[in-house]
Structures are given as structure tokens and as C-alpha cells.
Design a protein around this ligand. Sequence first.
Ligand SMILES: Cc1cc2nc3c(=O)[nH]c(=O)nc-3n(C[C@H](O)[C@H](O)[C@H](O)COP(=O)(O)OP(=O)(O)OC[C@H]3O[C@@H](n4cnc5c(N)ncnc54)[C@H](O)[C@@H]3O)c2cc1C
Length: 471
Amino acid sequence: MSTAIIWLRRDLRLVDHAALAAACAAHERVLPVYIHAPQEEAPWAPGAASQWWLHHSLEALSGALLQRGGRLHLAAGDSLSELSRLIAQSGASALYWTRCYEPVLVARDTRIKAQLRERGIVVQSYPGNVWLEPWQISRAPGQAYRMFSPFWNKLRAQLAPQRPLPEPRPRVWAKLPGSVSLSALGLAPRIPWAKGLAHTWHPGEAGARARLKRFGERALGDYAAGRERPADAGGSQLSPHLHFGEITPRQILHGLRKRAERRGEGTHAGLEAYLRELGWREFGCHLLHHFPRTCEQNFNPRFDAFRWAEADDRVLGRWQRGLTGVPLVDAGMRELWSTGWMHNRVRMIVASFLTKNLRLHWHHGARWFWDTLVDADLANNTLNWQWVAGCGADAAPYFRVFNPHTQAARFDPEARYLKRWLPELAGLQARLLLEPWRDPAALRRCGYPSPMIDPKASRLAALEAFTALPD
Ligand SMILES: Cc1cc2nc3c(=O)[nH]c(=O)nc-3n(C[C@H](O)[C@H](O)[C@H](O)COP(=O)(O)OP(=O)(O)OC[C@H]3O[C@@H](n4cnc5c(N)ncnc54)[C@H](O)[C@@H]3O)c2cc1C
């Protein structure tokens, strides 16, 4: 009986899993393995919120495998050593995995593939959790896209609905003694705010499917407008599920299209707008693959000479804890702290406030998001921070500084979002939260801080620093 190992990484599911399906088709015995090796992702090892998610996602996958008579084998340490040990212990002749696209993981996987193949092991990798792999789409042969719209037009034209692969069944789920316990990986206890996360999320494949269903039923129709209102659940909130590979873009496309067809809707504005957002996710992956240094370096080198403000822990701390005295910024940062997630528009506003009004380097924001977001994703986080800061690919121009008050009036006109996340101000009239300068003393009486910065003056200072940049 031939044995294969399926090395699970960012593909924590059983359905629509090409690598698992191939392993089950070609081998009688399949051993599912997860190796905890955060050191191999340095300097972007998973942050605290991601670790919490990972713990629960592994727990869910273990449970699903147990129900099917299998067992997820957990290991920790150097991936190549652990795989070599498990290959020797199980007598496996083949190893399967789903590709990741982060530059350090590509380098690691390439090395592991070469070394194991040299030892006569069959190593097969399969496309990662995207519609198209980053090298399958190009502007001209060998040329990466730098602008979203042409990238999206090309990708959209190639988006053929495909049926997701059904869950495969191996003849035998192989098992080995000596699995490390999940708690020994030390993922969950590190997080002080786990209660809020547990209240908000249901990590794992079943949780992802439930969210997709709910989104299709309740929000897709109004998505184009609904996604802009932070007080409503207008988006899918599938981002952490996508990051951990608990659901695939193919499943999402298929599920939503089928639903629209059943209702006789065909494609509609909501579905198109939603697919386009998933297109941004693909664009992030494309950019990180082709410009691997951009998680540290400005995409636009002109910004290398920009005069960022001196980082000050006190200033940064007020932004991180939602104590800036600017209601929409504070509401967003507190939503992040409480739930591990923040609404997309509010992410743009808090990022603009940090990089433009406070003029702090986008690295500070990207790092904080990395530690606190349950959907922290190197490609998406890098793309978006650089986009807001103005130094990224196809970025918002630096001189476009979001005004948090105007944005709140436009997208949260009844201050429902503000009141939800700033409970100390919930008793005030909505107008006062939207225009706090009308009666600053009323906000102070509620224990709310005075604004740490004047948005207008700081905007002008940012524009001056930008103008000083050499062409
Ligand atoms: C400063 C900043 C940092 C961000 N960091 C991350 C991050 O680390 N991880 C992450 O997944 N998203 C990040 N985003 C993008 C976006 O905010 C989230 O993907 C979105 O809020 C997730 O909510 P949702 O699943 O309801 O999205 P929906 O509106 O339901 O969109 C569907 C999916 O499309 C993708 N998507 C949507 N918007 C974007 C976008 N702007 N860029 C890339 N993909 C997108 C996500 O996978 C999302 O789940 C960031 C945005 C900003 C402004």
C-alpha cells in the first residue's frame, strides 16, 4: 500500500482541495500533517490574532478528520527535518502540498522540494488559494501589472465558473504516534483579547461556508452600497477564512453564481462589485510575487526621501488604543482591538490618519495590523498600507487625505457605528459625534479625550512634506 503525506499549511479545509484530491487518487494511505514553523515566516511570523485563528482552525480541521476516521498529525520545528522524520516513520513515498506565495515561503518550499526529490520522494505542489497564480497573468510576456484596472479586466475576462472539487476520501487515513498536542503549539494562550474574537468568529471550513451562505442571502444584493457602511454587515467577512484557506475563491464564485442563477438574477451589480474586491486580493498576491521587497520597501522609491515624523510611543499608543480624540479613527481602532477585524473603509481612514495626519511611517501601521487582524495577510496588508500611504502600486495620491469627520457624516450619518464602538459617547446626539468641534466640552465630560491633532493643520503639514519630495 503506498502512503502519501499531505502537508497542510494555508489550506485548512477538505473540500475543493486539489492537492488532497490528488494524494487520495494516487495513494491508498494518506497522512494529513501540519507543521508549526513560525520561524520560517520571519520577519512576518503570524501575529497574535492570526495565531488565535490558527489554533481554532486546526481544532476544527482535527475534528472534521476525526469524524472521518482520520487524525491531523501535528508537529513543530524545522519543516524539512519534520517532513523527513515523518516520511521515514510512515514509509511515505510522496508528499503533496498547496502553494503559498509569500517570498520566504516560496524559497523554503523550493528548497524542500529539491532536497526531497533528490532522495527519491515524489513531491507535488498545487495552485494556492487564488483564481489565477501570480505568474499566470501578465501585461506582456514576463511583465507584471502595476495598475489594478487593466489587471482586473484581464483576470475578469478569464474567470470561468468552475465546479469546486468534491471532498476526497482516501482508502485509509494513515495515522502515526507522536503527534504534538494542539495546546503544546502555544497559539491560543498568547492573546489577551480572545473573548471578543471567540464572540465574533467561527474559524474553520464550516464557519466559512456558513458566512458565505449568510452573505449570499442577506447582503450580496446591496453589496455595492452596503459595503461602504461600517455600521452594517454589508461585506462577507470572509477575509480570515480566505487567508487560512478554509474556503476557496472558486467555491465563492461558484456558490454566489449558482445562487444568482437560481433566483433568475444572472450577474448583477452586487455580484460584480464583490468579484472585483476579490480581484484586489489577487492583485495583492500578483504584486507581492513580482515585487517581493515591497512588504518592507516603498513600491514607489520616490517616497524613500519622504520626511516621516519621528515615531513616538505615546502618539502611536493613542492611535493603537483608539484614544486619538477623532471619533471615526477611535471607533475603528477599538473595533479592531475587540474583534480582530475592521471595516474596509474605516481601515483606509485610520491608515490615512496615521500616515498623513500623524505622518508616521506606514510600517508602524502595517505591523500593528499584522499583530491584531485575524485576516492579516502579507500581500493584502502590504498592498493596502502602501496604497493609502500613497507610495504603492496604483496608489491613492498622497495629497488625497481622508477627512475622518466628512467620512463619518457620509458613511455613518446616524453615528450608529461610532456609538457602538465609543460607548462613552452613546448618550450624546449623533450630530455631536459627527461634528465634535461644536461642543468639545460635552465629549470631554463623557471621559472622551481631546483631539490629539488638528486634522486641517496636520493635513497641510503633510502636503508640505510631500511637496518637498524630489521628482
Ligand atoms: C490599511 C489596510 C490594511 C488591510 N489589510 C488587510 C489584510 O491584512 N488582509 C486582508 O485580507 N485584507 C486587508 N485589507 C483589505 C480589506 O480591508 C479587507 O480584505 C476587508 O475589509 C475584509 O472584509 P470582508 O471579507 O467583509 O470583505 P468583502 O468586502 O466581503 O470583500 C471580499 C474579499 O475580497 C478581498 N478584499 C476586499 N477588499 C480588499 C482590498 N482592499 N485589498 C485586498 N483584498 C480585498 C478580501 O479577501 C475579502 O474577504 C486591508 C485594507 C486596508 C485599507
